[in-house]
Unconditional design. Structure first.
Lengths: 413, 147
């Protein structure tokens, strides 16, 4: 049987392990994850307070986008700022999209944060610790669960008149979650590393469906972690540009379509990168722009604001293919860790990759020093997240790890 | 009890079949083969002489010599570990890996190279790649300074 490290342990394959470390370094940290939940509940209470223009009119309030599917990563151009997206479904009279945003803006006035900014489709609350909470007002238009519209109203933009835009973020979240079940071994291994890094003991033996409240399972599936890496790749790619970038929801939708539980992390990043790149290529060959509808509500187009031009989409497609090719070359060819690091820095950012390769190297050394490694028959070092599984893997070389001291003499020239 | 060179050759063929026996001359043998600790395949050569039964064993002298043939090891000038970490230098400038403390009883001629030298080379190469990438040698390590 072919050696398949990913099926055994998420840290068994070196490339998967380095990518996992990068993913851990771009996650919403556990403390901020809990804080985000507290904050959006506090915002809801504030919007609905007596005397608010929206008192008694908030039908429901729920996370959308990355927060809904646990795919939050740091914002473009930063390593420690995070966007959290919330939908406020508003009942009552309908005075049009601009008024809907006006009401929400008025309801949030005076909220104790660093800054409140009205955007075209939402109101953003800026917290001092780098979190940004986007509150998007919506109206229900159909009996289907939370199917509705959001407001699009850019102040002073005559060429872009106010309008409602179809939306069902809630159904999309359900669709995505159904396609990306928790992958237990992967989730446990990565959450353990994530919590370790935050200095919190993770209940590693707890059932993944029953983790304690203080250590919720933030990382759940290979698909979503690969999606986070693709979002990070996009953020780095567009870090110095001010225009629109390929939307997260587009990448999330393709991730949902590409989902295939049980794959290794590098393989899944390659699969998702190719999925989006090929969709763009197909559209471009037909002289069209990429068009991706919400699989649960065809009237909602995830690509309504990007791409705007052929060159925008083909440049991005080219970069996705390059990412996939680079990862494939690392898997099949010969690349040393230092060279891989240089290339990964270009894809995912210098600071994060440097930290991640350091963490990978530290982990590797600690496994070897503790005798928690094994060896593949092709001469590979096997350092799984759960060393106990070494004995259960029959495809390893029949050689036990044994302590030894690397000595030697130092010469400086 | 020291293992014979035949015993070492047999174990190497069984555990690491990708290693080719380059030749044998009495109690001397050499193997060449590929190892891929992380994402780079290295070709290494192992040279070893099994001691005679009556011979007094000096592990420092007798230890198997492992040479990395390809790709060449990349030195780094000015590094606190030396330009290459945890190696010995031949009189002709060749470099072989040092993976054991000769005074700590970590290895003796009664050990199979297949169970010690080859896996320790994998450990060494992985640590070497980590050192090259980060500047930190995170596996075990101690230096014997020249006097």
């Amino acid at each position: 049987m072919a050696w398949s490290p990913a099926s055994i342990d998420p840290f068994a394959d070196p490339l998967d392990a380095v990518l996992a470390e990068i993913a851990i370094n771009i996650q919403l940290p556990p403390g901020l994850h809990a804080k985000a939940i507290d904050r959006y509940e506090a915002v809801r209470r504030y919007i609905e307070r007596p005397g608010s223009p929206l008192a008694g009119r908030v039908a429901c309030f729920y996370p959308q986008g990355s927060m809904r599917i646990d795919a939050t990563i740091s914002t473009r151009g930063t390593d420690d700022e995070y966007d959290i997206d919330i939908v406020a479904e508003i009942d009552g009279r309908d005075d049009g999209p601009e008024a809907l945003l006006d009401d929400l803006e008025a309801a949030l006035a005076g909220y104790p944060v660093g800054k409140i900014v009205r955007q075209t489709r939402c109101i953003t609350l800026y917290y001092a610790d780098g979190m940004h909470l986007d509150v998007t007002p919506a109206r229900r238009t159909a009996p289907k669960e939370k199917q509705g519209v959001i407001a699009h109203a850019k102040k002073g933009a005559n060429a872009d008149p106010p309008r409602y835009v179809a939306m069902n973020a809630f159904a999309f979240g359900d669709w995505y979650s159904a396609r990306t079940p928790v992958e237990e071994r992967f989730a446990k291994a990565l959450n353990r590393r994530l919590y370790e890094q935050a200095g919190i003991a993770f209940a590693a033996d707890a059932d993944v469906h029953d983790v304690p409240d203080q250590t919720p399972l933030i990382i759940k599936s290979v698909t979503t972690v690969a999606l986070q890496l693709l979002k990070r790749h996009r953020n780095i790619l567009y870090a110095n540009e001010t225009g629109r970038l390929p939307p997260s929801i587009l990448l999330s939708c393709h991730a949902g379509h590409a989902a295939q539980p049980g794959m290794g992390l590098a393989d899944m990043v390659i699969r998702q990168a190719r999925w989006t790149a090929r969709a763009i290529d197909t559209a471009a060959q037909g002289g069209r722009l990429l068009s991706v509808p919400n699989p649960e509500y065809a009237a909602e187009l995830f690509t309504d604001r990007w791409p705007e031009t052929q060159s925008q989409q083909t440049v991005y497609s080219g970069r996705l293919h390059a990412l996939a090719r680079g990862l494939e070359a690392a898997q099949k060819g010969n690349v040393q860790l230092e060279d891989l690091q240089i290339w990964l820095r270009e894809q995912f950012g210098e600071r994060v990759v440097t930290l991640s390769v350091k963490a990978f190297n530290k982990r590797l050394g600690s496994h070897v020093k503790a005798g928690q490694q094994a060896y593949t028959r092709s001469g590979g070092l096997f350092t799984p997240s759960a060393p106990a599984i070494i004995g259960a893997v029959s495809s390893l070389a029949p050689v036990a790890a044994r302590a030894h001291t690397n000595m030697g003499e130092r010469r400086f020239k | 009890m020291s293992l014979s060179i035949n015993c070492q050759i047999e174990a190497m063929a069984k555990v690491w079949p990708a290693f080719r026996l380059l030749g044998r001359n009495g109690a001397l043998a050499a193997w060449r083969g590929p190892l891929r600790p992380l994402l780079q395949t290295y070709v290494v050569e192992i040279r070893y002489r099994a001691p005679l039964v009556v011979e007094r064993v000096n592990v420092r002298v007798l230890q198997p010599r492992v040479y990395v043939l390809a790709p060449a090891l990349r030195p780094r000038m000015g590094d606190a570990e030396g330009m290459l970490p945890h190696v010995y230098y031949d009189v002709d400038g060749g470099v072989f890996l040092c993976m054991l403390d000769p005074n700590a009883g970590e290895w003796s001629p009664s050990d199979l190279l297949a169970e010690t030298t080859v896996p320790w080379t994998i450990d060494w190469l992985a640590a070497y790649e980590g050192w090259r990438a980060t500047g930190a040698w995170t596996a075990s390590g101690r230096h014997m300074e020249r006097v």
